[in-house]
Design a binder for this molecule. Structure first.
Ligand SMILES: Nc1ncnc2c1ncn2[C@@H]1O[C@H](COP(=O)(O)OP(=O)(O)O)[C@@H](O)[C@H]1O
Ligand SMILES: [Mg+2]
Length: 412
């Protein structure tokens, strides 16, 4: 190959115009189908430009419903308008999945607001009162209204309780030269169940619920992003429609839709195709399913792997809709092959429940009239994923179990 190898790889024959635009971290300039939510949030935050304190708010909705994107968009516009009007407003976003303790949240906000020459609040070590005092000091030094966005707020509260929300929702009593409000964002519709009534009433004075997108809305969103992200003529017939339909099945998740589209174009590119077609979307879907489910299967504790294997073994033997008892009988054989004591049959119920909630199996309880109730258990790992291979790779103990031979019963 002549010339620099990277020059060849970076050639401008890419199907993407700008891959970044199709990444879910990118905040687009337009957010179709979120006009109502944008207006509601803006109606509240405009108070900051009028010199008043906006209400605290809670934003709810399924993952991929546009909560983070809408909040960033409105905050960006707020800051821009504030600068034009010469009104001091500030927005600080904290992702509570990453910054997930009371200390770190307060330190993070305090440091965001720090004047340039100030020594930052250390990562750990200060008493929390001192951190809070520094935070207030810095807010007052800047002046104006501070909008604190706590994204994925349920993570923080689940991990630490609602203690951190007390100081944050009572800052206005102590601040002298500035004001603040808190915008909490969560995927958990029952979030306020985690809170003390006093915190709920302070935090949840206004709620905004983001409904999941329907397929047609996701199509609009994708089309808009594709204009800036993908070269003209690259998306074949039905590509956007299929991405949107698949994502609509996943609780209307716009993030999923963008991932599908981006990976589909990437697959086309890797295959040397000039156009992306629906087969590339299918490949992308398989890839996403695989990436999503593999770590879940890998991380199963060994007995859960055994139970899953027992259910799969029954199915390979032509036995579907098994009862918990039938699964248990095979699971016992599996334990025998692994030379491990089996769990008592009672524990299997909770294992089955767990596998069901992880989406690896579906366990339906049916009533047998006067004969009581029974489970009907089936695996529901997507066909493109090989759970046995994943378990074997993750756990050496599974290798013996998989290679052993079993005398399985057919249903009578
Ligand atoms: N109405 C929309 N228009 C354009 N892109 C959107 C829209 N809603 C969501 N997105 C995009 O979908 C992805 C997921 O949205 P996000 O705001 O992160 O969802 P959430 O925070 O509700 O989980 C992001 O890349 C975002 O830019
Ligand atoms: Mg989000």
């Amino acid at each position: 190959m002549s010339g620099n190898i990277f020059e060849h790889m970076l050639g401008n024959d890419s199907l993407f115009k700008n891959r970044e635009v199709l990444h879910h971290g990118f905040t687009p300039k337009k957010l179709p189908h979120r006009e109502r939510e944008i207006i509601s949030l803006a109606n509240n935050l405009v108070e900051a430009l009028n010199g008043h304190i906006p209400s605290n708010m809670l934003l709810y909705g399924q993952p991929g419903a546009g909560k983070t994107a809408v909040t960033r968009f409105v905050c960006q516009q707020l800051l821009r308008r504030g600068a034009e009007l010469g009104v001091k407003v500030n927005a600080i976003e904290v992702n509570c999945c990453v910054v997930d303790t009371k200390y770190r949240v307060l330190a993070n906000i305090g440091n965001e607001l720090a004047p340039r020459n100030q020594t930052p609040i250390p990562f750990t070590g200060w008493p929390s009162d001192k951190v809070l005092e520094r935070l207030r000091e810095n807010m007052d030094k800047q002046g104006g209204v501070h909008v604190i966005v706590l994204d994925e707020i349920d993570h923080l509260v689940r991990k630490n309780g609602d203690g951190v929300l007390y100081p944050l929702t009572s800052l206005n009593y102590e601040l002298r030269n500035s004001r603040c409000c808190v915008i909490g964002i969560t995927n958990d519709l029952k979030f306020t169940d985690l809170l003390d009534a006093r915190v709920t009433s302070r935090l949840g004075s206004e709620d905004l619920v983001f409904k999941p997108y329907v397929a047609a809305q996701i199509e609009d969103i994708l089309s808009e992003r594709a204009i800036a992200g993908v070269r003209e003529g690259v998306l074949g017939e039905g590509v956007i429609k299929l991405c949107a339909a698949l994502a609509a099945q996943e609780h209307g998740d716009a993030r999923r839709a963008l991932d599908l589209l981006r990976i589909a174009v990437q697959k086309a590119e890797q295959n040397g195709a000039q156009k992306t077609d629906v087969s590339h979307v299918r490949l992308a879907q398989n890839q996403l399913e695989f990436d999503q489910i593999t770590p879940v299967i890998e991380a199963l504790p060994i007995h859960q792997k055994f139970v899953l294997y027992a259910i799969l073994l029954n199915e390979m033997n032509g036995l579907k809709n098994v009862s918990a008892g039938e699964a248990y009988a095979v699971y016992q054989m599996v334990c025998e092959k692994a030379k491990i004591n089996s769990l008592v049959s009672r524990s299997i119920t909770s294992v089955i429940k767990n596998l069901d909630s992880l989406g690896l199996i579906s366990a339906r309880t049916i009533s047998l009239g006067r004969y009581g109730r029974s489970n009907r258990i089936n695996s529901c790992v997507p066909e493109t994923v090989d759970p046995i291979a994943i378990m074997e790779k993750a756990d050496p103990m599974m290798v013996d179990v998989v290679n052993a031979s079993y005398r399985l019963q057919d249903r009578l």
